[in-house]
Each structure stands twice: as C-alpha cells, then as structure tokens.
Design a protein around this ligand. Structure first.
Ligand code: SF4
Length: 661
C-alpha cells in the first residue's frame, strides 16, 4: 500500500510558515477574464440552484450572484442537453452585460463535460465518479490490475483534457469526501490520503499531457477531514514535484444559518490562516446570493495580514497536521484531559446588578414556580464576572471566576475561582486548591511562569492582540508542548461590536483553527461593549454564547445540537431544500448530537452522508429515499410522508425523545 509513513508526512511542509502570514504562491490558471492563483486576489464563487434548462431563471440567478460579489458562477450539467444550454445561458448573460466566467459542474457524464468544455471557461469534474460508477465493492487489486484501472481512467479522461487544451478551458479536479471511487475506497478508505490520491490520479494525467490550467479541491462536510486533506494535498504536490496548483476551498453540505456559516468558516478559515486557498465557495442551504458576502468576509481578513506583529518562528510543528490528536493535558477542574472543551461566558463588563433571569442569556433558566434552575443545551459552564461578583447563589452547572484581587476578599472562596494576572501570579498570593486561571500572552511566557504553572492546578487563558491571532496563540501552545506543560488552555478573544455574521466568521476562524488540531480546552469570547444598556449587553452575550458552542460543534469537539448536513442545492435538486431543511429542523432540532443528512439528489451517492446518522435524499420528483447511515431503509417514499417516516426510523433506533416545552 502506497500510504506515506507518518514520519514522511511530518517532514513535509503544508504551508510557507507556521508563524508568519504569507499566501502560498500557486501557479496561475486562466479562467476567462478572471485569472486565479499567483498574486491574483482570492476569488469568490458560488453555484446556481435552478434547473439548467430554465435559461431565464439561471440568468436571473447568476446576475444576482454576480451583483452579490461572485467572480465565477458554477452551473450543473447533468447531461449533454444541459451542457449545450450553457451556450444559450452564456449568450444571454453577455447580452445583459455580464461576462462572468462560467463553470460546468459534471458528475458521471464525460460526454456532457466534453460539450461544456467547448462553451464555458472552466469544467469541474469529480474524480470519484468521472470514470467510475459506485457499486460499494471492496476490491483487492494487484499492482497490475491497479495500473490497468489507471489506464482505463486515462482513456476516459484524456479526450476532455485535449478539448480543454484546445479551447483554453480550465478544469477543477474536485474531490469530495463522500464520493470516492470504489478503487480509492478499497485502497485508502475514506481518508484524507484517499481524497488526495483520488485527485492525483487525474492530475498526473493532466501533467503528462502538458495541461496545467487545473484547480484542485478537497471538500468534506467534516471540517477536520477537509483541513487535513488540503494540507496533505499541498504537501504531496510538493513531494511529487508537481506544480503548486491553485486551491478551491469549501466545506460541503455545511447547512444553513448560523451553523452553516460557522462550519464553513472553521474549515475554510483554518486554511486561509496558513496562507492556503485561491478561491472560496461557501455552501449554504440558502439563496445562492447569500454565499458570496460570507466568502468575502472570510477572505478580506487577509488583505493586510502580512504586516502583522512578528511571531517567533518555529521550524517544525510539534503536532501532526494531518491526523487529529488532542493535545495531552491533565484534568484541572472540569478542564482538559477527556473533558469536553468548556465555555466561559464573560460578564465582567456588564457592570450592573444581576438577577436570576439574566442568566437566561447563557441558557441557565430560573423556573420561579418550581424554584429551580434548568440548564439548556447551550448552558455555559463558567461565568467570568471580573471584579463584580454575582450576588446570588449560582445554579449547580455554573461556576464563577473572579479577578484575584476580588476573589481574595470573598467569603466563599471554595466555590469561586481566581483569575490571576501575570504580575499577581509572580507575587505572594494564595492559590485555590483545585482550580486557578492565569491570563497570558505569548510574549509573557518564560521559564519562571512555566515553573509556577507546573506547580499549581492552573488553566491558562490565552490572550492576544496580534492580527495574526490564531497563529500567535498556536505558537504559544506549541511552546507549552515543547516545555512539557500539561495545563489546559482556554482560547480567549475579545471582539468589538460587529455584525453577527462577521462575529461568526471571526470567532470560527480564530478559535476553530486551534480546535481542529486538538488544541484548546475551553473558549471564552469577550464582548467589548460601548455604551450599551444591560439588556443590550445580555443580548450580545447570548450571541457570543451560541457562537462559542457553534464553533465547538463545527470543529467536532463538543456536540450540543442536532447537526444538519444539508447540501446547498443545485439544478439537480428534486425538492425545495430550504423549505424541507426548515421543516426537518423544526421537528428534530431537540435531538442533540444526532446528524441528519438532507440531500437534493443522490448524485454523489450515499457516501456523501459519510458523516450522517440518518439521510433524507431526493430520489425522483416527489420521492424521497431514507437512509440509516449509508444503508437505504426506505426507497421512494412520497415526500408528504417522508419526514414522518424519517422520525419513525429515528424512533426505531431509540434515538428519539419528545422536545420539552
Ligand atoms: S447533493 Fe445537492 S448540491 Fe449536490 S448535486 Fe445533488 S442536489 Fe446538487
């Protein structure tokens, strides 16, 4: 088996620097009027959702997408007739003054690809299904048989490459975690290595044929797998001496609303932080024009990033960037070791008298009729009240952190925990016997502090004012690993007032980029208030709390909600995805931790739901096929009964419970 040994993987680099922001210099690919890669800006793109044969609808949708910031527009071409209609769409767009490069999306149909490649600026092929039909067979190939398979692929694929060369058409080899070929699955499984090899099989053919207008993508709905696959791809291109082809970044089936934005930003943002990525597509189960503004927000964070405050360099990562492993920590309080990452709500700047109902902001609800507290799924674990102690006994699931100067004056020091500054911790102080916190930034770390941290039950709250924030905090965690420090860490970021969508993007990138690599035992998102009243401050704290839990879930470190793996829909969609997703969500969103895949069609196979517990997939007009994992449970259920049937399958598995009022 041609798997790389871990040693080789670790020796390979996947980015220019682990400390200084520098965008990876990709080769330039010409795509109509908008080249990609090199020093060209990171491009924004999206995909239409209407039937490709409905020219007027495609044109109108494309115009809305371009006006919203899309620089390339992808349109599905399931067969030759749709591919041919791309010419009509193109002409109509040009008549309306829109020369946006178009991309044909191809699955299974080389003949459609060969037509489209003569019309549009770029063709996307899926290496998992361009030359292969999925039969879900495990095949043990001999080396000879494997070579014969590669020859077969070449004979199917080479004609398209010739057409692209002749017409100056670019191509994306777009690997999808859920639709790898049986050949790849048999040899590598649905791993990042398998995803990379799937693209390389096709890329090597392009290279041999001296065709280089190629863009690559490694999409998955699992953010960890997606990040690892892109990193590995960069490393493998380098190792094989192939060109540094541009990267198209995306998380598939990210869902909608807050969850969709957070999941996309965790995956895409993590890679952008290390300078990877030449074009971004954010996939949301929403109107396609909603995607470009989110992509733009992700990208714009890097416009001036190169001038960031210097971070001491490091030659080798002490963590394996291609395999998830949580950093080894000892358990301190409810932090670290096997504990889920904790959420600390920062109330230190509320500066107003608190009453029971105020804790509703962080999902701790007081029920006066019963004189009891009830914690919601998004109940914060700790509350940091700075120097303004909460004046009443907190519910059981919530503990209080206070600044040391305030804590030392408290009567009940046992049930509250001190937060030290750097100066305090080095002086004559009293420590809590079980749990202490220290606020620290990279520049302050030294061996004297390390000695104190080693001696006390301490959790570090990592702070930063560097614009390259995630990377600076990562550098500090690398230092902790090198210094043998096993104290858990809380990732803290303070954000000024900004739009909710901006906050989702920023926090997901800043925090998610660490959680993806197993670095981080807690999250603390601190709002910087202007002159807001208490109600407005509590409202913002609710948002921050939701985002903190959202990022933990998107990075797959703590599941507190139902997860919807829903596709963005496209011209192949067989039902109204947005409406259906909303309907399924309404009935199931109390099923914490259950993952439901909602797919417009089965084009990518049930493998698309590699990560889902249940699947709801369009299989014909008005027909839905229901899955348990990747196994079909009910075929062609009339859509009006499909949600009820889905719920009965969940019930059969004992995974159902009624929502509490
Ligand atoms: S799963 Fe959704 S986005 Fe993917 S091809 Fe089918 S309908 Fe289109």
């Amino acid at each position: 088996m041609d798997l790389m040994s871990e040693k080789n993987i670790l020796e390979g680099q996947y980015c220019n620097s682990l400390t200084a922001y520098k965008r990876r210099k990709a080769s330039v690919v010409n795509i109509g009027s908008k080249p990609m890669g090199g020093d060209y800006p990171i491009r924004v793109q999206s995909m239409t959702t209407v039937d490709t044969m409905d020219t007027q609808a495609v044109v109108e949708e494309t115009i809305r997408m371009v006006d919203a910031g899309c620089e390339y527009v992808r349109i599905t071409a399931p067969s030759k007739k749709e591919a041919e209609n791309l010419a009509v769409i193109k002409e109509e767009l040009l008549k309306r003054g829109y020369d946006v490069p178009l991309v044909a999306d191809i699955h299974f149909t080389p003949n459609a690809a060969e037509v489209a490649a003569k019309i549009v600026e770029k063709v996307r092929i899926n290496p998992g299904n361009y030359a292969d039909k999925k039969r879900f067979e495990q095949i043990d190939y001999t080396e000879e048989e494997y070579q014969a398979e590669l020859e077969r692929i070449k004979s199917r694929f080479a004609p398209l490459v010739e057409i692209c060369k002749a017409h100056g058409t670019a191509m994306r080899i777009g690997t999808n975690h859920g639709s790898l070929s049986d050949r790849i699955m048999s040899r590598y499984g649905d791993t990042p290595q398998g995803m990379v090899e799937s693209a390389l099989e096709f890329l090597r053919i392009c290279d041999e044929m001296d065709y280089h207008d190629v863009v690559l993508s490694m999409k998955a709905s699992n953010t960890r797998i997606m990040v690892q696959a892109y990193r590995l791809l960069v490393q493998r291109l380098d190792e094989e001496g192939l060109r540094p082809y541009p990267l198209h970044l995306g998380v598939t089936e990210a869902g909608d609303g807050e969850d969709g934005r957070i999941k996309s930003a965790v995956g895409i943002g993590t890679l952008l932080e290390d300078g990877l990525g030449d074009t971004v597509r954010v996939s949301l189960t929403e109107a396609p024009e909603a995607e470009a503004p989110v992509a733009r927000k992700l990208i714009d964070r890097y416009n001036d990033r190169e001038g960031h405050e210097a971070i001491p360099s490091i030659s080798e990562s002490p963590v394996n960037p291609y395999v998830y492993q949580r950093r080894v920590t000892k358990e301190v309080g409810a932090f670290g070791d096997h504990q889920v990452p904790r959420v600390i709500a920062d109330f230190s700047e509320v500066k107003a008298e608190m009453v029971f109902k105020d804790l509703k902001a962080i999902s701790h609800h007081y029920l006066p009729e019963l004189d009891k507290w009830k914690m919601g799924d998004l109940g914060a674990d700790y509350i940091y009240s700075g120097s303004n102690p909460i004046g009443f006994m907190l519910p059981n699931g919530l503990k209080e952190l206070l600044d040391y100067a305030c804590w030392e004056k408290q009567q009940d020091q046992e049930h509250q925990y001190p937060v030290f500054t750097l100066e305090e911790v080095q002086g004559e102080v009293k420590f809590h016997a079980e749990l202490n916190f220290l606020r620290i930034a990279l520049k302050d770390w030294n061996q004297e502090i390390a000695a104190i941290v080693k001696k006390q039950p301490m959790v570090l709250i990592l702070e930063t004012s560097n614009t390259h924030a995630m990377v600076e905090q990562r550098r500090l965690i690398f230092q902790l690993i090198q210094d043998g420090i096993e104290a858990p860490v809380v990732i803290r970021h303070a954000y000024p007032e900004m739009e909710e969508e901006d906050l989702q993007v920023h926090a997901s990138t800043d925090v998610g980029g660490l959680l993806i690599d197993g670095l981080g035992d807690g999250v603390m998102l601190s709002p910087l208030f202007k002159q807001e009243d208490k109600a407005a401050k509590l409202q913002r704290l609710t948002t921050y709390n939701q985002i903190a839990f959202g990022v933990l879930q998107a990075a797959r470190t703590r599941m507190t909600k139902t997860e919807y793996i829903s596709c963005p829909s496209c011209g192949r969609t067989l039902f109204d995805l947005q409406e259906t997703t909303a309907m399924i969500r309404k009935r199931t969103d109390h099923l914490k931790g259950v993952k439901i895949g909602i797919m417009g069609c089965i084009v990518n196979g049930p493998g698309e739901m590699a990560d889902a517990d249940y699947g709801y997939v369009g299989s014909g007009v008005g027909k839905i096929t229901l899955y348990r994992g990747q196994e079909v449970v009910k075929r062609n259920v009339p859509s009006e009964h499909a949600v009820d049937e889905l719920i009965s399958i969940i019930k059969e598995d004992d995974n159902w419970f009624e929502a509490e009022s």
